[in-house]
Write a protein that binds this ligand. Structure first.
Ligand code: HXC
Length: 513
């Protein structure tokens, strides 16, 4: 048997970047870059410093002592992205399928600890066959060490996971705890149990791609926030995402230079259709308000009835939560409430001011929604916004009906500035529904029911389907013309920049999970 030194020398001679040329070739044939290629694309040129490049696993079972690769299947270290410090681990599928051994986990934990000590974002580039099967519980322990750190780091530093290959079994729970997950189309998948187990347990036939590919998780489960066509696009998205984020929970949001000019935006005048029941794309409002080409949508294909994402206003990052009238009339349902709540909490963790754009007809009715818990799920958004202490500004563009008016960053739940366009309708419900209920008797007794209903509807709409009653009570701070919205928001967020709000002393709240 070769001595350890002999094995090491041999491996050193083979080069230390993973499992050799042949395996790297296989990785490329699958359309994937290697761990080192991914890191060099991510980091500013020459900035990456590797940590633990000479680490070897400690397994002696199943002939593992004969198979040693420097770095043990993961490249870890630090560097800069656009000049800002970032920590990274990139799993190397060419070494034991990127599987996680005890030492592989130790390397990841080491950079996570450094990221926490120095207050910088932690990025994980995942490409792994899961727990190193030859190591048994030592590998499982390694996973748990990472999960525990993910939880402790949550809300302290941004944590981002790119899924760039397999991510299966319990391994999925680290990305799940991190703030954002990106998946590469066709080469990555995530599932707790793969197609074979699914077939055995439920008799369903499903491919890995269908079960846990980028498309499934970006549209059906919402597990991934972003998808990319390939590794290069994925890395580009990571960099873009980072550009909106502070380094840690005590840092302020990045600001890019901005010279004020004429901030009037005529384009906003023509977005709301004449007919209140006609949809329009809320993204047109967002792009009309924000700095040019600055809107970066998150969770774009999931729960499309709400839009969330980052943008810049006068050069400064903001988070946007907006009802989307072109999908289900912008109604709040289980998925959209969860999506918006999680995004709100991320922004609040990291001092990113929130802009909430409202056009909401209410909560989605039906047995499906009630039985799956629209009550607790809708409450998540109510809770998340209520406890957010970052600057919070609302613009009601059209409908703000019922409980959804309260939930969507109303003054009553702590919003700082609430604006409404003249087209805003702030009421318990739409004029027709309201008239049918409160004038039921009068309408039924009328000779012409339809005419009576129309009369009542018009009278109700004139009185209640406006922003003016709310403005009279101070629930709306100002009714503004659409073209002035950007100007008003720039001023409002500047005014709120030094906002300090403290929640009552507690260990932590109990959000209805
Ligand atoms: C050790 C592994 C491995 C693993 C892959 N390899 N997964 N080695 N432990 N978990 C090795 C293979 O033996 C192979 O080595 C090399 O990596 C490449 O794997 P291939 O199978 O040739 O690649 P591919 O065809 O692309 O298939 C990839 C794969 C498959 C789908 C990921 O390897 C696979 O199914 N692996 C096992 C997945 C798994 O069941 N993991 C445990 C999940 S449970 P050679 O030397 O032959 O090239 C889990 C629990 C976590 O992770 C719990 C956390 C709490």
């Amino acid at each position: 048997m070769k001595s350890k030194i002999e094995i090491l020398n041999q491996k050193l001679a083979e080069g230390r970047s993973g499992g050799g040329k042949e395996r790297i070739g296989t990785q490329h044939k699958k359309g994937k870059l290697t761990a080192r290629e991914r890191i060099s694309l991510l980091m500013d040129p020459g900035s990456f410093e590797e940590i633990g490049a000479l680490v070897l696993h400690r397994s002696i079972d199943f002939g593992m002592e004969e198979q040693q690769f420097y770095g043990d299947g993961v490249v870890t270290g630090y560097g800069t992205v656009n000049g800002r410090l970032i920590y990274v681990f990139a799993q190397d599928f060419t070494v034991f399928g990127g599987s996680l051994s005890e030492t592989h986990a130790e390397k990841i934990c080491k950079v996570m600890d450094l990221a926490m000590k120095t207050g910088a974002p932690m990025l994980g580039l995942n490409d792994s066959g899961g727990a190193r099967i030859q190591e048994g519980v030592r590998s499982l322990g390694g996973y748990a060490d990472i999960f525990y750190r993910n939880v402790l780091a949550s809300g302290v530093i941004p944590q981002i996971s790119a899924i760039m290959g397999p991510c299966a079994g319990g391994a999925v729970y680290s990305p799940a705890i991190t703030d954002f997950t990106l998946m590469v189309e066709n080469t990555s998948y995530m599932f707790v149990t793969g197609p074979n187990v699914v077939k055995t347990v439920t008799n369903e036939e499903v491919s890995a791609e269908e079960l846990g590919g980028a498309s499934a998780h970006s549209t059906k489960s919402g597990v991934t926030h972003l998808t990319a066509a390939n590794d290069m696009e994925c890395i580009a998205q990571l960099k873009l995402l980072l550009s909106y984020l502070p380094q840690n929970c005590e840092d302020t949001t990045p600001k890019i230079s901005f010279s004020p000019g004429d901030e009037t935006r005529e384009i906003l005048e023509n977005i709301i259709p004449e007919n209140a029941n006609q949809p329009y794309d809320m993204r047109a409002v967002i792009t009309g308000i924000c700095d040019e080409a600055s809107f970066f949508e998150i969770h774009k294909d999931f729960a499309e009835n709400i839009v969330v994402g980052f943008a810049r206003l006068a050069g400064r990052s903001i988070g946007i939560v907006a009802n989307q009238p072109i999908r289900l009339a912008g109604v709040l349902d289980i998925k959209s409430s969860r999506k918006a709540a999680r995004f709100t909490r991320f922004c609040d963790c990291f001092n990113i001011p929130l802009l909430v754009l409202v056009d909401v007809p209410g909560f989605l009715p039906g047995t499906d929604q009630e039985w799956h818990g629209i009550i607790t799920n809708g409450a998540k958004l109510l809770f998340a916004l209520s406890e957010a202490t970052v600057p919070r500004v609302t613009v009601i563009t059209r409908k703000a009906y019922g409980g959804a008016y309260d939930v969507m960053n109303s003054k009553h739940i702590g919003a700082d500035m609430n604006f409404a366009w003249p087209t805003a309708e702030i009421a318990v419900m739409g004029a027709r529904g309201a008239s049918e209920i409160i004038f039921k008797k009068e309408i039924s007794e009328a000779a012409d029911h339809a005419k009576k209903l129309a009369e009542k509807e018009a009278a109700y709409a004139e009185k209640f389907a406006t922003p003016y009653l709310a403005a009279e009570r101070g629930f709306i701070d100002e009714v503004i013309t659409p073209k002035d919205t950007r100007k008003k928001l720039i001023k409002a967020f500047a005014m709120l920049e030094n906002k300090v709000a403290v929640l009552p002393k507690k260990k932590h709240g109990n959000i209805p999970l």
